[in-house]
Write a protein that binds this ligand. Structure first.
Ligand code: SAH
Length: 213
């Protein structure tokens, strides 16, 4: 039980860390200043069924994590705790490690993407392609961080419901990334096609791309 408490304190610290970074970068004057400068037709909704799955995944995960903590420490909610998986602590430790690694990465990514960050897929008036820092080897490092962070929630809680919501989030990102890549290819053309050729989508490429003839 004390071990459980320890993992759950780390879980809360991780959420607090992620929330602080997100709130800081979403409310900075720089971000709102640039919102006025969107390109007129450069906005795409992450709509359709993929938007629905992503929203269900995120909302489901947040709600279940809250209910999981309530079930453990406030009022017994057997429904949630019935989904606990009998997995060894090492799995939970891997989750803690993954979660804590994601936060400095998220700061690095926000600092590099700067004013081009957007909660939706959109293009700013003088949008430039960022290809440095975390973007030098990976096209969607922020999505990688969210994949790692949601996975860390599933690993720390070892709760099957949270694992299912985590899968919904993780499986949505390849579809969103593909849509974003199509949007950026429309704007940047060959510059983005070349960038596509030398980077990995969520993780760095293991092998160097072949030189084009
Ligand atoms: N998919 C990226 C960025 C997420 S924020 C990541 O996972 O790190 C979403 C916004 O970033 C989109 O509106 C898109 O216009 C912008 N964007 C994505 N990649 C970019 C890049 N390499 N340079 C500049 N802007 C980019």
């Amino acid at each position: 039980m004390t071990e459980d408490l320890f993992f759950n304190i780390l879980l809360i610290l991780l959420w607090a860390g992620l929330a602080c970074v997100r709130i800081y970068y979403r409310t900075r004057p720089l971000a709102s200043q640039n919102a006025e400068e969107e390109q007129p037709e450069g906005k795409e909704r992450v709509g359709g069924w993929i938007g629905v799955i992503l929203s269900i995944g995120i909302l489901g995960m947040i709600t279940t994590v809250v209910l999981y903590l309530i079930a453990l420490y406030v009022i017994p909610l057997p429904f949630i705790l019935d989904f606990q998986l009998p997995l060894p602590s090492i799995i939970r430790w891997i989750g803690v490690l993954t979660g804590f690694i994601s936060i400095p990465f998220l700061i690095w990514i926000h600092r590099t993407l700067g004013k081009y960050f957007a909660a939706q897929l959109e293009l700013k008036e003088k949008h430039k392609l960022i290809t440095v820092g975390p973007y030098s080897r990976v096209r969607h490092p922020m999505y990688t961080v969210f994949i790692l962070f949601t996975s860390s929630m599933a690993l720390i809680t070892v709760n099957l419901l949270i694992v299912i919501f985590c899968l919904a989030v993780v499986l949505s990102f390849p579809f969103i990334a593909r849509k974003e890549e199509a949007m950026l290819t429309r704007l940047f053309g060959d510059e983005y096609r070349q960038y596509l050729g030398r980077t990995g989508r969520f993780f760095p490429r293991l092998r160097r791309p072949k030189k084009e003839a």
